[in-house]
Structure formats: structure tokens, C-alpha cells
Design a protein around this ligand. Structure first.
Ligand SMILES: [Zn+2]
Length: 133
């Protein structure tokens, strides 16, 4: 099954994006931290930068390989949420918004957060064509 990606008529995507977000939520993605936890690889370090363990927070907020995608995500976050609210968020809060949205937000805001997460995953290309990396 192929879906047209939101706001990007030139791009089509399969259900992979949904699968990747679900895998991140479950700790079953191809991030090093998840693979290590399940004894599939022997190092937690990020293979892209080697600066720290490749956790979801590292992938979303700190890995230098995804600076451009992160800037888009954080800029879009300012369009969805109040600036004062965002300034008080800790890294873990942002990761939780990325993965789950917030049940206290309006449905439309959560839809936008979900689309932003899917866009980050797609644009980062982190999970494309990689088995266990
Ligand atoms: Zn990294």
C-alpha cells in the first residue's frame, strides 16, 4: 500500500513511516540503543557520530547528522505550540511529544505533531535501506 505524504505531492511513502514511529515507541527500532537492548549489536554508540549512545533523544535532539531535519522539526513545533510552553520543555518532554503527542492537546495539534514526527523520520533517512546499522 502506498500513501501520498502530507504536503509533499512529489513524495509517496509506504506504511514504513508508521512502522518506524511505532518501532521507536516500542523500543524496537534500528537505533543502536534499541538493537543493543535486544542483543543484536554490541555497542550503544551512535554509528553516525560516535558522540554518545544512539537513543531516541540522541536521534531527535543531538545527533549532528540530523541538524537540518531537527531545525525544521523544532521550527514547526513553534508553529503548533505556545512559545512559553516550549521554553519549559526538557529533552525528554520533546521526545515524548515526538513519539506520542499529548493527550491534553486538541486533536488537530496531535495530528500536526504526528505529521512532524513522520516528516522528521522520512527526511532524516535514518531507517532507509539499513538492516542493522
Ligand atoms: Zn549521532
Amino acid at each position: 500500500m502506498t500513501l501520498q505524504c502530507w504536503g509533499r505531492p512529489e513524495v509517496t511513502c509506504g506504511l514504513d513511516l508508521f512502522n518506524h514511529l511505532t518501532r521507536l515507541r516500542l523500543g524496537l527500532s534500528h537505533l543502536s540503543e534499541h538493537l543493543y537492548t535486544h542483543n543484536i549489536i554490541d555497542s550503544l554508540l551512535c554509528n553516525n557520530c560516535g558522540l554518545e549512545n544512539e537513543s531516541t533523544a540522541h536521534y531527535l535532539l543531538r545527533c549532528p547528522l540530523y541538524t537540518t531535519e531537527r531545525d525544521v522539526f523544532l521550527s514547526d513545533l513553534l508553529n503548533v505550540l505556545d512559545g512559553d510552553y516550549i521554553r519549559n520543555l526538557r529533552d525528554n518532554d520533546i521526545v515524548n511529544l515526538f513519539l506520542y503527542g499529548n493527550s491534553e492537546f486538541p486533536h488537530q495539534s496531535n495530528l500536526l505533531l504526528n505529521k512532524m514526527a513522520q516528516t522528521y523520520i522520512m527526511d532524516s533517512k535514518r531507517f532507509q535501506g539499513r538492516a542493522y546499522h
